[in-house]
Structures are given as C-alpha cells and as structure tokens.
Design a binder for this molecule. Structure first.
Ligand code: 1GP
Length: 233
C-alpha cells in the first residue's frame, strides 16, 4: 500500500492565524509546486479561520490536508484529502499524546478513518509555541530522537514521523539520525527553512520538508526556491 506522502518532497504549511504578505494570495502559494498544503497552527486556531484558509486553497489544484491542533477546530469537508493529526511523542502532558484524540472520538464517534493519519511528532525547539503548549521535553540528543523515531515506526506503527523544529533550523546530526532510524515510515522535517540551502540541507535527510513561516513572511518566490531544493536533494 502506498500513501500519498511516499511521493512527496515538500509540504507548505499555512497558519490560519497568520497573514499573507501584501499582494500574495492563497492561489499564488498553491501554485509554488509544493506537493501538498497542510492547514494548521498552534495558537489562535478556530474552526472559522481554518475553514477560511481551506476554502481559499480548495479552489486550486493541490492536495489539501488539515492538521487539526485540537478536536474543536476540525473542519469536515470534502475539499480535504484528509487529516494529518499530530501526536507528540515527547510531550510532557498526555493530553497531546492520546487524550486530545480520545476526546475527538468520544465527541464524534466514528471518525473518517480512511482519511485520518497520525503524525508522530518529536518537538525539538523549546522556544516554539508547540513545545510550550505540549510541555515537550526538548532536551534530547540525536540518539534519543533516533530511538523515538524507531519506536514510532516499529512499536507504534506510525506512517509519518515528524521532527519539528518550528521557528529554528534543526541540528543536522539529529535529523540525519532520525532519517537513518526510519525504514518504512516517512520522515517529515519542519523548522526554520528560509531558502534553497536550508531546504536542501534538511531534504537530504528527511523524505519531506515542511515550510511554514516563510510563506507568511516572504511569499511566493522564497517558497518556490525551497520546492526546487526539495526536488533536487
Ligand atoms: C511548523 O514545521 C513547520 O509546524 C514549519 O516550521 O514555520 O519554522 O517553517 P517553520
């Protein structure tokens, strides 16, 4: 069985709580050559702002996924290819490992399982909102991260392992160790990719690089460069 992300190199993650640069539209960002758009963020998420971005991107020809940060912001729409749902392996609070997910199922009953896939996050930037919120233990060496990646794949059967440095460029040694550790899982890397070189560096170790803030800070050309690097690596 192949999954869509087996063929991806690049994801553009759009944060509904952040503006786009002046003169840039969601359509422009969808046309950067990225393999998929993920709509998600940590702070300020609502069903309304999620829906607005999903609707704006749905008009364009690019696979569209929601990354819901908690059950109350899930948008049910056929415009989405699916839901990529974080579970934070190194969270200090169990809410972000399984409890949020339990609440989602308790409230909704059966989910759309065919379109719902977990992302096994390893959160590495202690300054990032996601680290604070989930009380993540970011004091991890490359060996810890590799071991988390291994248990995600081998013990927990995760299709996607996500090394998350949101807001800063990661330690190459750590990302390389995660890349070496996974065999069948797809390794996502996100954090601090700002240009061709940083994208190329991380794309050498990860299967898929995730670019976030750059789209909100710089716009289309900068994102396009990262797509090119992801495809070159
Ligand atoms: C955030 O991994 C993504 O969830 C991307 O990080 O915003 O730092 O690019 P940046």
């Amino acid at each position: 069985m192949t999954a869509p992300w087996d063929d991806w190199n690049h994801i553009l993650k759009l944060d509904p709580d952040k503006d786009l640069p002046e003169g840039i539209t969601y359509g422009d960002l969808c046309a950067t050559g990225t393999d998929a758009i993920e709509v998600g963020g940590t702070m300020g998420m609502t069903e309304e702002n999620m829906t607005a971005v999903i609707e704006a991107c749905a008009k364009h020809d690019v696979p569209l996924y929601q990354e819901p940060s908690n059950p109350s912001v899930v948008v049910e729409t056929d415009a989405l290819e699916g839901y990529l749902v974080p579970t934070v392996f190194n969270a200090g609070s169990p809410f972000w490992i399984t409890e949020a997910h339990k609440e989602w199922v308790r409230i909704e009953g059966d989910l759309d399982w065919e379109r719902t896939t977990l992302e096994a996050y390893i959160v590495m930037n202690p300054e990032a909102d996601v680290a604070t919120l989930t009380e993540a233990n970011c004091d991890l060496g490359a060996d810890d991260v590799a071991a988390y990646a291994t248990i995600a794949e081998r013990m927990f059967g995760q299709e996607i392992v996500y090394v998350e440095y949101s807001g800063m460029l990661g330690d190459e040694e750590v990302v390389a160790a995660a890349g070496d550790a996974v065999d069948e899982s797809t390794l996502f890397y996100g954090g601090g990719i700002r240009d061709y070189d940083s994208a190329y560096l991380m794309a050498q170790h990860a299967d898929v690089i995730v670019v976030g803030d750059l789209a909100h800070d710089e716009g289309v050309e900068a994102v396009r460069e990262t797509v090119e690097a992801a495809n070159d690596a």
